[in-house]
Design a protein around this ligand. Sequence first.
Ligand code: NDP
Ligand code: 2IT
Length: 445
Amino acid sequence: MKKLQAVYDQVVTRNPNEPEFHQAVLEVLESLEPVAEKHPEWLEAGIFDRIVEPERQVIFRVSWVDDAGKVHVNRGFRVQFSSAIGPYKGGLRLHPSVNLSVIKFLGFEQIFKNSLTGLPIGGGKGGSDFNPRGKSDGEIMRFCQSFMTELYRHIGPDTDVPAGDIGTGAREIGYMYGQYKRLSNAHTGVLTGKGLTWGGSLARTEATGYGLLYFMDEALKAKGKTFEGATVSISGSGNVAIFATEKAQQLGAKVVTLSDSDGYIHDPDGIDIEAVKQIKLVKRGRIKEYIDSHPNAAYTEGCSGIWSVPCDVALPCATQNEIDKASAELLVKNGCYALGEGANMPSTPEAVHVYLTNKIIYGPAKAANAGGVATSALEMSQNSMRYSWTFEEVDSKLKQIMIDIYDRASSAAAEYGDPDNLVMGANIAGFEKVATAMHQFGIAY
Ligand code: NDP
Ligand code: 2IT
């Protein structure tokens, strides 16, 4: 980097001990170097310096009482990164690994992802280091109510609209929305991923996983390939992984793996997705329970071995940095020719380098998993209209949005001279829209 090195150095100096945030910023700034060359006026207006600094960061105490009467204290976060093109928008992650670095990397990525959707949404992210695993419904409810008791004053349907992410699904959104409604005395579209009887959108549950497949289908078609008959390896077994599996199967692929944070299953016959839904969505169980009813499937402790299973297409749908250089090399060696990121930043920079040098068809997270937030924006539209579209209407809009995102990313990549580099294309296309808005606003913030 020449023009933007100083911007990155300042980020590292100003935000020590935030490795995930540094990683996300570096990837974007590296892509934007030619944009800085082309737009000296953006450099002069400090657009690059400003976009790496969140507009606002809120950190708060969340106290709650467990079923045994013991008091717990967690830390809550909401990072409102950019409102240049719309209200802050992004999920809430509940996981013990959550810290400021993780929320900032996610919030930063969200700016460009949300811009790529073509819809008017800014970027933000939040969550807590609360661990939902093993908690009763009552404990989850009390945590969510306490969390919202502080968060509610920072959000609003035209200000900041949170949603789900790891550990935050329909149940948690329900408890949070109920508390918001009580505190504010207003029934508004302040969260997305809502229940269908109180403002939720059909197809939002499926959207991230389905969208990932629509995006990758487009990327495969551009290279004369198809999901029909392909062997697909998917990690995770949460919201994104389950609906990615379902859509991959509908497109004629055979999905052979799924995982959770304890280990992975390999079913050479193809994953029985209805059985997985029963285990994960109904019983809230562990993925290893799958082998009890599927004797041809094998369970292996530990996560990284999942990438040693040979596949044509890999779809990481669990968490950040789940594919390192060695796993990426193994995937390539075993014949994997395409990889689409359902999770946010699941590949280390060294792994991304392996995909690019080996000319793998690579769908980066910002583009490939944008279907979830895009459908959240469609939920906001329906709330504003006080109206609901059918499943088919939402699904067909989602599909078109994913095709458009592919076109935006690949056109920007071509325009900047590296046609197959969708990471660069997605970063540039996402950035240009936000930068244009920031420039037109002047330098007040
Ligand atoms: P869920 O909580 O529904 O599922 C997460 C899955 O990933 C679980 O199987 C979980 O296993 C596994 N997992 C979580 N942390 C780890 C870890 N540290 N190591 C290994 N496995 C892990 O979350 P989602 O499916 O919603 O999210 C998955 C990814 O997709 C995240 O990166 C998220 O940011 C991203 N994403 C989600 C969107 C959405 O709409 N929900 C939209 C766009 C991106 P376990 O049960 O053991 O914790
Ligand atoms: O990472 C993401 O895009 C999400 N977790 C979804 C955010 C949203 O607002 O729907």
